[in-house]
Design a protein around this ligand. Structure first.
Ligand code: PSU
Ligand code: MN
Length: 306
């Protein structure tokens, strides 16, 4: 087995890892499929700056020409942002084909975790994760992100999950897979655009230092899976629940009417919700990603002090 044969770690990232300094991984599907150009590029570059300002080295992860990249240049981020949906959304099942064929791929939460772990990175900040879709009891549409959280030891800092998903079933699945779901400063699972979902998390934690201690114990114990930290969107950027719920209901109805399925489902729903709610939801989305990048960087820094 020679997975490192396909891996390129940017020099700055490799040096930080070798010296035991904090590194935070960032995903590329959020750039190519999660936001429109040019806000996606601007956001990705700002997220890297925020990670640095909070004491860690950023490593945006993607697949370029069949190479697994941990750490992108600003030009490479621009390339992903411009190509947008034309880039293959790459989940676990796509990795081998993309590498063998020398193709590009935008990494989801799943593949960002895989490549981060391969590179030796333990922390990852993003917006929202995939989960159990509504109606999964008949469609069986469950994101590979949940399986990855069950097997790859990376801490994922997100703003919860959007209620395009069945949040209750998503929590059940994570429980089965042994993934601790932590609320940062909250007892309730945040629902991305809103701070509350009505579903409780497993544990509430109030500081990056305690998050770092818990993740240290997780790793010392050799527990193989990941840990999910859900960090609510800052109050001032949260969206009115009615506005979001209405957009989600409409997007779900259109998704069904157009018989969208498989890997297209999530990008379709995300794009429709964004269109239906206009610039407000994009602004909220950007702010919550900044918030998560800050927490992940502080936690990575605290972990390296342990
Ligand atoms: N949910 C969001 N924003 C996102 C995604 C999900 O609120 O950008 C992206 C992430 O890359 C996530 C992927 O890993 O979609 C999940 O896709 P699927 O449901 O097809 O597994
Ligand atoms: Mn799916």
């Amino acid at each position: 087995m020679d997975m490192h044969k396909y891996l390129d770690i940017a020099p700055e990232v490799a040096q930080a890892i070798a010296q035991g300094r904090p590194v935070v991984a960032l995903e590329s599907t959020i750039i190519s499929h999660g936001m429109p150009y040019p806000q996606n590029v601007e956001t990705a570059l700002n997220v890297e700056r925020i990670v640095r300002e909070n004491g860690a080295v950023p490593a945006t992860i993607a697949i370029i020409g069949g190479r697994l990249k941990a750490g992108l240049s600003p030009e490479q981020i621009e390339y992903f942002g411009k190509k947008g949906q034309a880039i293959t959304k790459a989940s676990r099942r796509d990795l081998a084909v993309l590498c063998a064929r020398g193709m590009d791929g935008a990494t989801t939460v799943t593949t960002t975790m895989i490549i981060a772990h391969m590179a030796g990175i333990r922390f990852f900040a993003t917006g929202g994760i995939g989960g159990v879709h509504r109606g999964a009891e008949t469609t069986m549409d469950i994101s590979a992100d949940l399986e990855e959280l069950g097997q790859t030891p990376v801490m994922v800092v997100c703003a919860g999950a959007k209620s395009i998903l069945d949040l209750g079933l998503t929590l059940e699945y994570l429980e089965t897979k042994g993934v601790p779901v932590i609320g940062y400063g909250t007892d309730e699972l945040p629902a991305f655009y809103t701070r509350r979902s009505g579903f409780g998390v497993d544990y509430r934690v109030d500081s990056p230092e305690e998050l770092a201690r818990i993740f240290k114990a997780h790793n010392d114990l050799g527990l193989k899976g990941g840990m999910l930290v859900t960090d609510p969107i800052p109050e001032e950027y949260a969206m009115p629940k009615e506005v979001i719920d209405q957009a989600i209901d409409q997007a779900l109805a259109e998704c069904k009417a157009q018989a969208i399925h498989g890997k297209q489902t999530t990008p379709f729903l995300l794009a429709r919700v964004a269109e239906l709610t206009g610039g407000d939801s994009l602004a909220s989305n950007i702010r919550l990603v900044y918030n998560n990048a800050t927490l992940a960087a502080k936690t990575a820094a605290a972990y390296c002090q342990e």
